[in-house]
Design a protein around this ligand. Structure first.
Ligand SMILES: Cc1cc2nc3c(=O)[nH]c(=O)nc-3n(C[C@H](O)[C@H](O)[C@H](O)COP(=O)(O)O)c2cc1C
Length: 165
């Protein structure tokens, strides 16, 4: 049974009101060029082994690169990285010319100043509707002393100020 338009509208509304963090996921294409996009479908999966997942839209210009990549890097963005989060969601922009980045020991593009970076080996791919779920095994973790960037109702924000009781 296919979903009604009303159900799709409701579904989008529910997901819009579900707060998440923000990541940028990068890989290197066959010619050695960096690719990357802003992603909020990131989630943890398993502790033994260390697994995470995210999903990529089949309409993404990067779908073929990620489907054939044997590794990728997840950058959990810091609260002061709104600009890079917007840039990596825009089409027709030379995304990597707008930020500082380097190539890691695994040959992955690593964007500077994130809250955390998880370098992953591709573990499994699952076709799911109009997306492909990419499951990665975490092989390297970098964590910095920063607060994360949040995504809620179509906007980026920082954590609200917390008052200790
Ligand atoms: C906050 C946010 C979260 C996003 N999450 C995803 C995601 O989980 N998967 C995905 O394929 N695209 C996601 N996108 C869209 C991509 O960042 C990008 O805009 C889209 O893939 C078009 O660029 P591309 O064709 O170069 O990939 C997200 C965009 C934003 C702003």
């Amino acid at each position: 049974m296919s979903q009604s338009e009303e159900q799709k509208v409701q579904f989008k509304e529910v997901m819009r009101n579900y707060p998440t963090g923000v990541t940028i996921i990068t890989a290197t294409d066959k010619e050695g060029n960096p690719v990357g996009l802003t992603v909020n479908s990131f989630a943890s999966v398993s502790l033994d082994p260390l697994l995470i997942l995210w999903s990529i839209d089949h309409r993404s210009s990067n779908i073929d690169v990620f489907k054939s990549a044997d590794s990728f890097a997840v950058h959990v963005l810091a609260a002061n990285q709104k600009d890079v989060g917007y840039t990596f969601a825009k089409k027709g922009v030379d995304r990597f010319s707008t930020c500082e980045w380097r190539i890691s020991e695994y040959g992955l593009p690593i964007i500077s100043d994130s809250y955390a970076v998880l370098q992953c080996k591709t573990f499994k791919q699952v076709e799911a509707g109009d997306h492909t779920i990419l499951i990665g095994e975490v092989v390297e973790i970098e964590k910095n002393d920063k607060e994360p960037l949040l995504y809620y109702q179509g906007s980026f924000s920082a954590l609200p100020e917390r008052i200790e009781l």
